[in-house]
Design a protein around this ligand. Sequence first.
Ligand code: URA
Length: 195
Amino acid sequence: MSKQELLDKIAKEIMVCRKCRLWKTRKNAVPGEGNPDAKIMFIGEAPGYWEDVKGKPFVGAAGKFLDTLISILGFSRKEVFIANVLKCRPPGNREPSPDEIKVCTPFLDRQIKVIQPSFIVTLGNYSTSYIFSKAGLSFNGITRAHGKFYETTILDLHVTVFPTFHPAAGLYSGRYKKLLEEDFQLLKIEIMKHG
Ligand code: URA
C-alpha cells in the first residue's frame, strides 16, 4: 500500500470511530490532511467549530494564521501535513480529557509512522505534552518549551520536535503573535540547514 492509501485507511477508521463520547456530538471527524511525504508535520489540539463543520483541520481563524506562519517557512499547506491530538471536536471547544486523549492518540501515532516527518511542530500545550511524553522528555509548559529543537526518537522514528504556541493564542495577543512569528523564523533556518 502507498502512504496515501495507508493514510486513507486510517482516516476511514477515524470517520466511524466510537471509542469515546465525542462521536455523539461531532458533525464530522477531522483526521488531518496534507502531503503523505511531508517533511514537516503540525499537530494541534482538537477540531473547533469550523473544523467540525468541514471535516478539515485548521480552517477557522486560527487556521488562517497557521497558513501565514507556514508561508514564513516557504511552504504551502499542501506541502506539509496537519493533524490534531483529538480527531473530534469537544463540545463547546472544552479541553480534551485524559480518557479522550488516551483512546484517540493511537490514530495520531499511526499517521506519524506512515508519514515519517523530519520535523514535528507541536502547537500548544496538549500536543507538546503528548509528543514529549512519547519521547520521554519532561514537559513544564509551552512557555518554557517553545522555540527550541528537541532531537529525539518517537515511535522508532528519529525526529526533531519543535514546540510552539497554539496559533489561536496569536489571535488574542500581539505578544504571542510575535513569539509565534519568531519561532517560525527559527524553524525556517533549521529546516534550511537540514536541506
Ligand atoms: N485548533 C486546533 O487545535 N486544531 C484545529 O484543527 C483547529 C483549531
